[in-house]
Design a protein around this ligand. Structure first.
Ligand code: GAR
Length: 233
């Protein structure tokens, strides 16, 4: 863990780091966001390293991709009948063993226990494929089309106990096209995700962004509305 400082309004956080941030990326599937984050680290756009990739699913292709890059991987398979708390304890011990600064949920499809969220509050991020607070939960692209939304996209946010409800950091926005269907939207939104997740993580790695009791704070100022980027992908 890099240098830490505590404060009255928030949890102890790694700040003003001199070394690269250590990212534990938690996935359930293809891992394209994980790869985009790792690419950004390797290019030097993100001052961090992916120190482990963890999956709850053995068939997550992202595990194979990570291993091919030499990134340590861990499979934490749920045991039949196991409580959410017990599973999350095993997940937490892998994160601790990796000495990770930030826990980056990237297509992780399990709900986290409140104990786990509490343990890592301020260090736990997620990307969600919608313009939060719209379309929390699943099938976001279908729901955006059905709602005839003019705009859609993805949001990086801190994770709290409320599903997809934590302080928003950065939204990537696209305009829906008449030709869009669920598949095309998924492709377009994922390209956005691959740009905005590394950008948000770089703010953390540089010590510019943190979570407080009141929400998110950028450069010492409350981030009342998330940052926004517009894409024409
Ligand atoms: C991403 O589109 C991410 O936003 C979504 O899963 C996909 C994972 O893709 N996450 C959620 O729906 C979480 N609620 P990837 O495995 O290729 O990064």
């Amino acid at each position: 863990m890099a240098t830490s400082s505590s404060n009255e309004s928030g949890p102890t956080l790694p700040r003003q780091r001199m070394s690269r941030a250590r990212l534990a990326v938690v996935i359930s599937g293809a891992g394209s966001n994980m790869l985009a984050i790792d690419d950004a680290c390797r290019r030097g756009d993100l001052h961090a390293d992916v120190v482990c990739v963890i999956s709850n699913r053995a068939d997550a292709a992202g595990l194979t991709h990570a291993a091919a890059r030499g990134i340590p991987t861990s499979l934490v398979t749920p045991i039949n009948g196991e409580s959410r708390e017990s599973y999350d304890e095993r997940l937490a011990s892998v994160i601790h063993a990796a000495n990770a600064d930030w826990i980056v949920l990237a297509g992780y499809m399990r709900i986290l226990s409140s104990h786990f969220v509490g343990e890592f509050t301020g260090r736990l991020l997620n990307i969600h494929p919608s313009l939060l607070p719209a379309h929390k939960g699943l099938h976001t692209h279908r729901r955006a089309i059905e709602a005839r939304d003019a705009q859609h996209g993805a949001t990086v946010h801190f994770v709290t106990a409320e599903l997809d409800g934590g302080p928003r950091i950065l939204r990537g926005v696209l305009t829906l096209r008449p030709s869009d269907d669920e598949e095309s939207l998924q492709r377009r939104v994922q390209r956005i995700e691959h740009a905005i997740y590394p950008e948000a993580l770089e703010l953390l790695a540089r010590g510019r962004l943190r979570q407080t009791d009141a929400g998110a704070e950028l450069d010492g100022q409350p981030l009342v509305e998330p940052l926004e980027r517009h894409f024409d992908f």
